[in-house]
Design a protein around this ligand. Structure first.
Ligand SMILES: Cc1ncc(COP(=O)(O)O)c(C=O)c1O
Length: 371
């Protein structure tokens, strides 16, 4: 692709930081892990942060640490990445899919309340595309029904709700650092929580069930190898040093798109601000007008691809995935289904040049005109 959908932004200092670790003797469970965890804890205002090998691993460990079990139900959006529901299934519990708000594309607390049963144990609030979820509504709901609230902030590091960083508002929050994320470690994740007992358990579970007082061949629980290496953490620490600049660069790219597509009546643009919070731009996703069909949207994808412009569906609903066939017929989620047929994620990354944004917008408009 001449203009990819996403591209990592790795500075010379970041490469040097990783090489520096490789020159030393500590490649796992060392000072860089502690430094990265401290950086995320301070940034998010959370007492505890635990580094793990991916966002998915982070969600899985949250389910285990909070004791989600077979027979439990966990409320989640379907309009999100499949890992959110998979983590619930890893522990034998059932995801219960709920529709989203048509503007923010986040869980609708009213719909979530309707889905509560006597089996419901938790809600996973995903901060979709870096837009803060309605935490007032979801925290009230969780409190009213005695439910756990876990924030999936994998797409949203730096986003805020009422001045507080997302991830730090509920029982636990999970971040992810895949290369398309705001900051990357290649692969990686982080769990933040106020609960010292949960943090301790997650630290043990990520490291083969070893607690701090256990020796290397003592395993108090059945754990996992979900550790994050020192090389990953060195990259994460270096990226965190310039996170403010990274978020500002992404916001500027979003504003350029907004300016160039503002007069195109066929597409609905993502909101550039939200009333109670701050967006941390993860992707730039436009929606085709409702009169377009999914097939027409897919034609536009082909047109963009033939012009060597990367694009994505963001998201195909989870309850319609083949791996979720058992769920498919139990749900009709009108907002999720309507939105997901019309979304187009356009190239979006820190260093995307204005000339490339201009080219993407020109080809997009041309492909809509050609329908
Ligand atoms: C909302 C959401 N949750 C979880 C994940 C999983 O993160 P990872 O790919 O690091 O496992 C992602 C990744 O894209 C995501 O977007």
């Amino acid at each position: 692709m001449k203009i990819p959908l996403s591209a990592p932004d790795i500075s010379a200092a970041e490469i040097e930081a990783v090489v520096e670790v490789l020159r030393g003797s500590r490649l796992s469970l060392g000072p860089k892990l502690e430094e990265f965890e401290r950086a995320i804890a301070i940034y998010t205002g959370s007492p505890h942060a635990v580094g793990v090998s991916s966002g998915t691993a982070g969600l899985h460990l949250c389910m285990l640490a909070f004791g989600i079990r077979p027979g439990d139900e966990v409320i989640v959006p379907s309009f999100t990445f499949v890992a959110v529901a998979n983590a619930i299934r890893y522990v034998g519990a059932s995801p219960v899919f709920v529709d989203i708000d048509p503007i923010t594309l986040n869980l609708d607390p009213k719909r979530a309340e309707e889905a509560v049963t006597n089996k419901t144990r938790a809600i996973v609030a995903v901060h979709t595309f870096g837009y803060p979820a309605d935490m007032d509504g979801l925290l009230t709901l969780a409190e009213r029904h005695g439910l756990l609230l876990i924030e999936d902030a994998c797409e949203a590091i730096g986003a805020e709700f009422r001045g507080q960083k997302v991830g730090s508002l509920a029982d636990a929050g999970v971040f992810a650092f895949y290369p398309n994320k705001q900051i990357t470690t290649g692969e990686g994740g982080m769990i933040v929580t106020r609960d010292s007992g949960v943090a301790k358990k997650i630290r043990a579970l990520r490291n083969q069930g070893r607690y701090e007082t256990d020796d290397w061949f003592e395993h108090s629980e059945v754990g996992f190898n979900y550790r994050l290496s020192e090389m990953h953490c060195a990259l994460g620490c270096a990226q965190m040093k310039r996170i403010a600049g990274i978020l500002a660069a992404r916001e500027a790219v979003a504003h350029t798109y907004q300016q160039l597509l503002g007069t195109c009546a066929e597409v609905e643009l993502p909101p550039v601000s939200v009333p109670q919070g701050r967006i941390s731009w993860f992707v730039y996703v436009v929606r085709l007008h409702e009169r377009f069909t999914e097939a027409q949207r897919d034609k536009i994808f082909k047109h963009l691809a033939s012009a060597e412009i990367g694009c994505g569906r963001y998201f195909a609903p989870i309850h319609l995935q083949p791996g979720y066939a058992a769920w498919r017929n139990s749900y009709f989620l009108p907002v999720t289904e309507s939105v997901s047929k019309r979304t187009l994620a356009l190239p979006f990354f820190n260093q995307l040049a204005r000339s490339d944004v201009e080219r993407v917008c020109a080809v997009l408009i041309e492909s809509i005109d050609a329908l």
